[in-house]
Design a protein around this ligand. Structure first.
Ligand SMILES: Cc1ncc(COP(=O)(O)O)c(C=O)c1O
Length: 392
C-alpha cells in the first residue's frame, strides 16, 4: 500500500537546512530558519530559562498527565502578558496551552471551522510559509491580501470572514504597519464585521515587548471577537520545547462558555495534551519578579543585537552604493528581512558566498555573526550588480 503514496512536496526550508548541513565550506552561513543566534553563532538557553529549569528540577514531584488545556497557571500568565493585565479585554478572554505557535494556529483554525464551516481566512501575501497549509489542513478557504498596503484588499473582507495578521515583526518581510494603519485596520474590522486573528511569534524582538504587543492590545480593546496564536519559541528561546497558547476573546464571558471545550476537543484529536516542560518554565519566569526582570533584560539584549545587525548591514550596503536597498532594510523589524533578490540571485548568494537564505529572498537578521556582515553586504551587492548572470 505505501508504494502507492504519491511524492509529497518537500519542505523547502528543511531542504535548505539539509543542504547547509552538507556544505563543507567553513564560512557557510545559515540564515534560513527563524532562530536567534548570539555573536558566536550559538542559540543559547536563556539564563532565566536555565534558572527556571533548575528550580523546576528541584521541586517537580510528578510527571502525571495534565489536562487538555495544559498548564492553567501558564494560560493565566500568558493572558496577562499578551493583553496587558487581568482586567479589560482579558476579562472576556480564555486561553489554552498549545504545542507552540503552530499548535495554536491549528487549534484556532479548527475552532473557526467548527464554529462556521466554510469561513474564508485572509492571509498576507507574502505570508509565513505555514499559514496557508495549516488553515487549509483545517478545511478553511484561504484568500490573500497584499502586505504591506493591505487596506485596499481588506475592504473586500466580509462579515464573518477572518483576517490573519502578524502582530509584529512580519515574517517574511520585516515590514510592519504604522500605528495609523493598525488603527485603520481596527476601524475596518469594526465596520465590516470581520474577526482579526493575530499571530504573535516575535514579540520582544522588534521594538520591545510592550511596543510589540501594542497593536494586539489595541485591537483587543476595540473588536468584539478576536483570536490570538502565541508562540514562546523565539522570545523564550524554547524552540524545541514547543510552548505556546491559543487565546480567544469574545463579547462576554458567557459568549465564551463553549470555547475551551471546543479547543480541548480539537487538541484531543491532534495530540491530546500539550507538553508541560516549556509551559512550566515560562510560568516560573513570569510569576517571579526577579526572573521576569532577568528574562526581559535578556530579551532586550537579543533585540539589541538584531537591531545592531540590521543597522550594520544597512550601513555596509549603503557604503557599497545600494542606498535604496539599505533604506528598505533600515525600516524593517524583527528577525527577518526579505531582500529584493529572486531565486537565482539567492542561489548565487549560496553558491558564491556560502550564504543560505530562502529562495524568496528572506534572510534571518538574527543569525548573522557581526564579523560576517561586511562579507554578506558584499555578496548582496554583487548579486544585485549582475542580476541575470548564472554562476558556473
Ligand atoms: C509568523 C510565525 N508564526 C508562527 C510560528 C510558529 O512557531 P512555533 O510553532 O515554533 O512556536 C512561526 C515560526 O517561525 C512564525 O514565524
Amino acid at each position: 500500500m505505501l508504494e502507492l503514496l504519491p511524492a509529497p512536496p518537500a519542505d523547502p526550508l528543511w531542504d535548505l537546512a539539509a543542504a547547509y548541513a552538507a556544505d563543507p565550506r567553513p564560512e557557510r552561513l545559515n540564515l534560513v530558519l527563524g532562530v536567534y543566534r548570539d555573536h558566536t553563532g550559538a542559540t543559547p538557553v536563556m539564563a532565566a530559562v536555565r534558572e527556571a529549569e533548575i528550580r523546576l528540577a528541584e521541586r517537580s514531584a510528578s510527571k502525571e498527565y495534565r489536562g487538555l488545556s495544559g498548564n492553567t497557571a501558564f494560560n493565566r500568565a500568558m493572558l496577562t502578558m499578551v493583553l496587558g493585565g487581568t482586567d479589560g479585554p482579558a476579562d472576556r478572554a480564555t486561553a489554552v496551552q498549545t504545542v507552540a505557535g503552530t499548535g495554536a494556529l491549528r487549534l484556532l483554525a479548527d475552532l473557526i471551522r467548527v464554529t462556521r464551516p466554510g469561513t474564508t481566512v485572509w492571509i498576507s501575501d507574502p505570508a509565513y510559509v505555514n499559514h496557508r497549509p495549516i488553515l487549509e489542513a483545517a478545511g478553511l478557504t484561504v484568500r490573500t491580501y497584499a502586505w504591506p498596503g493591505m487596506l485596499d484588499d481588506l475592504r473586500a473582507a466580509r462579515r464573518d470572514d477572518v483576517v490573519l495578521l502578524q502582530g509584529c515583526c512580519h515574517n517574511p518581510t520585516g515590514v510592519d504597519p504604522s500605528p495609523e494603519t493598525w488603527e485603520a485596520l481596527a476601524d475596518l474590522a469594526c465596520r465590516n464585521g470581520w474577526m482579526p486573528f493575530v499571530d504573535l511569534a516575535y514579540h520582544g524582538l522588534g521594538d520591545g515587548l510592550e511596543a510589540d504587543l501594542w497593536a494586539t492590545r489595541m485591537l483587543a480593546a476595540r473588536v468584539p471577537e478576536m483570536l490570538i496564536a502565541v508562540s514562546c519559541s523565539k522570545n523564550f528561546g524554547l524552540y524545541s520545547d514547543r510552548t505556546g497558547c491559543a487565546v480567544v476573546l469574545g463579547r462576554s464571558r458567557t459568549a465564551l462558555r463553549h470555547v475551551e471545550t471546543a479547543l480541548q476537543n480539537a487538541a484531543r484529536t491532534l495530540y491530546s495534551m500539550p507538553p508541560e516542560h516549556g509551559a512550566a518554565v515560562v510560568t516560573t519566569i513570569l510569576e517571579d519578579d526577579g526572573l521576569r526582570a532577568a528574562w526581559r533584560a535578556e530579551l532586550d539584549v537579543m533585540r539589541g543585537r538584531i537591531t545592531a545587525n540590521r543597522a550594520d548591514l544597512t550601513a555596509h550596503l549603503g557604503a557599497l552604493g545600494r542606498e535604496g536597498e539599505a533604506r528598505a532594510l533600515a525600516g524593517q523589524k524583527g528577525m527577518f528581512s526579505t531582500l529584493p533578490l529572486g531565486p537565482e540571485q539567492m542561489r548565487r548568494l549560496r553558491d558564491e558566498f556560502a550564504v543560505y537564505g530562502t529562495a524568496s529572498g528572506r534572510i534571518n537578521i538574527a543569525g548573522i555573526p557581526a564579523h560576517r556582515i561586511p562579507c554578506l553586504a558584499r555578496g548582496i551587492a554583487a548579486v544585485l550588480e549582475q542580476p541575470y548572470a548564472v554562476a558556473g
